[in-house]
Ligand binder design. Structure first.
Ligand code: F0G
Length: 465
């Protein structure tokens, strides 16, 4: 075609899809947003979505499904027992994640609930690579104490290490020696680590965790919510994996774990759904029995047949290399604009979100004045972009002392739904964040006026100081 002698052309990645259906969104006025913010008690979780312009609250359940997934929705078999869609989902989990047994649940925390009830005894200790809100709460409600064993870099927003989600093997070893393997029902390994900024775990690390755990007869349970994104980072960053597919990397990663909890609302490109997967027969038997008490029969677990079909198909789409490159490429596109403008964000840029470092925005505020909550509110006021606090409010209180946890990371998460927004939406978001950053000296912080007992970040209310 006459192109043989030319240099290979520079090619940006572009989305491997085109848009078939659109959902209108509306820009609001400043006065409207100020009213909405007061009504919501300065908590972005309490805003009505109709008052939001670009919704970066979460990537959970907010992704766009493909025409193939929607076609699958029409193939829903809504039989109470033995729905064909359950068997399709089971086959997809076996093929792509490699676990033997599947227990469907309504979403990730349903799986966490069942697992915690089955494996934890009061007084147990669960080590993990940083806490996640619902995961830790289910462990605590069953009488366990969570122990953070993530590498120190995970708590440092400026450290550029490629695998800041890794487990610190010395910390884990010391903990096992201290409390004894009998008190550790499992190691909770999340990939990627949400609260650290969407940071991945390396294959070398999961292998080493597995080997250490096996020496002591301890299980490794994966939080596979964003394990596909983790697999992409391994492909990009870890020696020996550049030539492997995300699909193969995912399966190898899971092979070093004994089971997983899954929120299908993230990687799997669906609006609702989750599952628990297990390799051990006895634990599976118990989970399959318990699921009928709390979720639904063991062939639907709280999901409609059509939801299971959409998830089975979403799993297939989620591991395609071109999909995941574009998904994480978009997050990097936003993050890079902020880095170029000098805005302090967690580095390296994470898999599902860009995390603003609220401490660095507002050195004038103490952590008790809720810098990240303040920043999320000011960003919404500025442009109608909705983000989420991931700092002291999310960290909650120590169940024994009743005192606030004071996490090192005081962050605001700009979470990117999959296949939903365009680069132009990312541009508007970056412009707004930069403007809020330029006005950072004016922020005065918030005080909490209402605090719910559990997972307070969802419903807490605040006033301006
Ligand atoms: N594990 C991780 C790592 C998560 O990010 C979530 C949810 C869950 C478990 C619980 O799953 O919501 O389906 O019950 N994260 C959402 C978020 C809520 O916005 O990060 P779920």
């Amino acid at each position: 075609m006459g192109q043989e002698n030319q240099r290979p052309p520079k090619r940006s990645w572009a989305e491997p899809w085109k848009v078939k259906v659109v959902e209108p969104i509306r820009m609001t006025s400043l006065a409207e947003r100020q009213r909405a913010l007061i009504a919501a008690g300065y908590n972005t979780f309490l805003l009505r979505s109709e008052h939001v312009y670009i919704d970066l609250l979460t990537d959970s359940g907010t992704s766009a499904m493909s025409d193939w997934q929607w076609a699958g929705m029409m193939m829903g078999d809504e039989a109470y027992a033995g729905s064909r869609n359950f068997y399709n989902l089971e086959a997809a989990v076996r093929e792509y994640y490699g676990y033997r047994h599947l227990v469907p649940t309504h979403q990730g925390r349903g799986a966490e609930h069942l697992l915690s009830r089955i494996l934890i005894k009061p007084g147990d200790v669960v080590p993990g690579n940083m806490y996640f809100t619902t995961t830790r709460l289910h462990q605590e409600l069953c009488g366990a104490t969570f122990e953070d064993v993530v590498v120190a870099e995970g708590h440092d927003p400026d450290d550029e290490s490629p695998f800041k989600g890794n487990v610190d093997l010395d910390k884990l070893d010391t903990l096992i020696a201290k409390v004894g393997a009998k008190k550790i029902p499992y190691i909770a390994l999340a990939a990627t680590v949400n609260m650290a900024g969407g940071q991945p775990v390396s294959m070398a690390n999961v292998k080493a965790v597995h080997a250490l755990a096996k020496r002591h007869g301890i299980r490794v349970i994966l939080d596979a919510t964003r394990a596909v994104e983790n697999a992409y980072f391994i492909q990009q960053r870890e020696a020996g994996y550049a030539g492997k597919s995300v699909r193969d990397i995912l399966k190898e990663f899971c092979s070093y774990t004994d089971g997983c909890t899954m929120s299908g609302k993230k990687d799997s490109l669906v609006n609702i759904g989750g599952w628990l997967a297990l390799n051990e027969d006895e634990v599976f038997e118990e989970a399959r029995n318990l699921v009928v008490v709390f979720e639904g029969l063991h062939t639907y677990g709280g999901m409609a047949g059509r939801d299971m079909e959409a998830m089975a198909r979403g799993i297939v789409e989620s591991v395609a290399d071109d999909h995941i490159r574009a998904r994480i490429g978009q997050v990097e596109y936003l993050g890079q604009q902020l880095i170029d403008a000098g805005v302090p964000i967690v580095r390296p840029i994470g898999g599902h979100a860009v995390y603003l470092n609220a401490r660095a925005f507002y050195p004038q505020l103490t952590q008790d004045q809720f810098p990240a909550q303040t920043l999320a509110a000011l960003l919404y006021e500025n442009s109608g972009v909705r983000a989420m606090e991931r700092g002291i409010v999310s960290a909650g209180r120590d169940p024994v002392t009743g005192k606030h946890h004071y996490p090192k990371l005081e962050l605001v998460r700009l979470t990117i739904p999959r296949r939903v927004y365009t680069q132009a939406h990312m541009d508007v978001t970056a412009e707004s964040v930069i403007e809020v950053f330029d006005n950072r000296a004016k922020a005065t912080g918030l005080k909490m006026t209402y605090e719910p007992k559990y997972l307070r970040f969802f419903q807490a209310r605040f006033e301006v100081i």
